[in-house]
Ligand binder design. Sequence first.
Ligand SMILES: [Mg+2]
Length: 106
Amino acid sequence: MTINEYQKLAMTTLNPELSKKDVLINGVMGLCGESGEAIDIVKKHLAQGHELDREHLIKELGDIAWYLAETATALDVDLEEVLTRNIDKLKARYPEGFSTERSINR
Ligand SMILES: [Mg+2]
């Protein structure tokens, strides 16, 4: 499955009654909510003595992907373009790979 195929399949489960504005709002709120769920799993591992719940964290990453797809859809952009632009930005920032110096002086 390509990332754009994922976006298309994921969006078959989007509520068709939402307006474009509501899709955008739902997307960004969902990204925050699902990221919070992911953070909570790691917090429990780091601060509360839980085993890292890897399976649960993987599921939350999927939920984050769904809301990423929704937000991109609201912006009429496909996920391949979003990811390509991100890689282009990273290549410009770190042409030789990560460096602390370039991270500080960007
Ligand atoms: Mg979730």
